[in-house]
Design a protein around this ligand. Structure first.
Ligand code: 13P
Ligand code: SF4
Length: 303
């Protein structure tokens, strides 16, 4: 069976739109109507008019799409595709810090469960975190769950006081400076570009730091020909597409960074969920409290 053709037919029949994150396998990105970073997918989910959204990514993305567009059916091709970092913070820790500080904003990376969002004042993504935090009136910022993104933002916004939670993305956290240095020795003319979920030590090696989309835009616009890319290897498809015919080359760490949860989203599962309506995402019980910080992010990022 031609899976792509069958998916295209079912999409029309079910009035469905497929959204995919850059980290899912390239053959799934090829099937999507829209491919993007977390911020783009959240913003887009809000405006879609179709009856069904198939979210090719991990569960926090599908949950956010459902909260931002409650009228639509949202399907997640593999319901076990879950980001481990999305759970790496405790309510007791957040409550204790809320007690300790006046003038505190709880800033929650969108890579978090709806429940964690519901404890927060505002959400951010890697592409808008600096802007959104600067816009906040509060001086004290509790950044959850990602300590590396939180640390990166704290360096960009030194006028605020940051309290960081100890959460991390297992894929970016694992990258080490020695791997980067090895790549730099092999490719001395390459620019080093990194996602802010990488550790502080790795980010120090970078010529450019940004979200997946910002990294893709950087390689497309740069006059360099070689790039050491410090994020999940799924971005290669869009980087190659955007630079086709230019001869630009992309190098990833030797221990190839694959997000096992994003990799669970296969063309077969996209087809099955469209055909059978499986993997429907329910509305979280804390929907009101969790949607407010998402909406606040959309509002502050648009200023
Ligand atoms: P962005 O696409 O927003 O850069 O996010 C990276 C990520 O880890 C998504 O899970
Ligand atoms: Fe979570 Fe990291 Fe995978 Fe993104 S790449 S979904 S942060 S585990």
């Amino acid at each position: 069976m031609d899976i792509a053709a069958e998916v295209a037919r079912l999409k029309r029949e079910k009035d469905a739109v497929i959204l995919a994150h850059y980290y899912v396998p390239p053959e799934v990105q090829d099937m999507a109507d829209y491919v993007g970073d977390s911020f783009y997918l959240a913003r887009l989910a809000r405006t879609l008019e179709c009856s069904t959204i198939v979210l090719c990514g991990v569960s926090f993305m599908a949950e956010s799409a459902k909260m931002l567009n409650p009228e639509r059916t949202v399907l997640l091709p593999d319901v076990t595709a879950d980001c481990p970092m999305a759970h790496m913070v405790n309510k007791a820790d957040v409550d204790a810090i809320k007690q300790r500080y006046d003038d505190l904003a709880v800033v929650c990376y969108i890579n978090s469960t709806a429940e964690i969002k519901s404890w927060s004042d505002v959400c951010v993504t890697s592409s808008n975190a600096v802007k959104v935090v600067r816009e906040l009136p509060q001086h004290n910022i509790l950044f959850i769950p990602d300590m590396h993104l939180g640390h990166y933002v704290s360096e960009q916004v030194p006028e605020k006081n940051f309290i960081l939670n100890r959460g991390w993305c297992p894929i970016h956290h694992r990258m080490i400076p020695q791997e980067v240095e090895e790549l730099e020795l092999a490719h001395p003319n390459a620019r080093v570009i990194a996602h802010p979920e990488c550790t502080q030590e790795v980010l120090q090696e970078a010529d450019f730091i940004g979200s997946t989309k910002q990294m893709i835009d950087y390689v497309a616009q740069s006059d360099a020909e070689e790039f050491i890319v410090l994020t999940v290897v799924g971005v290669r498809r869009e980087m190659e597409k955007m630079t086709e015919g230019s001869g630009k080359r992309f190098y990833f760490p030797r221990t190839t960074p694959v997000c096992v949860n994003m990799a669970k989203v296969t063309p077969e599962k996209v087809l099955a969920c469209l055909r059978d309506g499986t993997g429907e995402v329910g509305m979280p019980t804390c929907v009101e409290a969790a949607t407010t910080p998402l909406e606040r992010m959309l509002e502050l990022a648009a200023r």
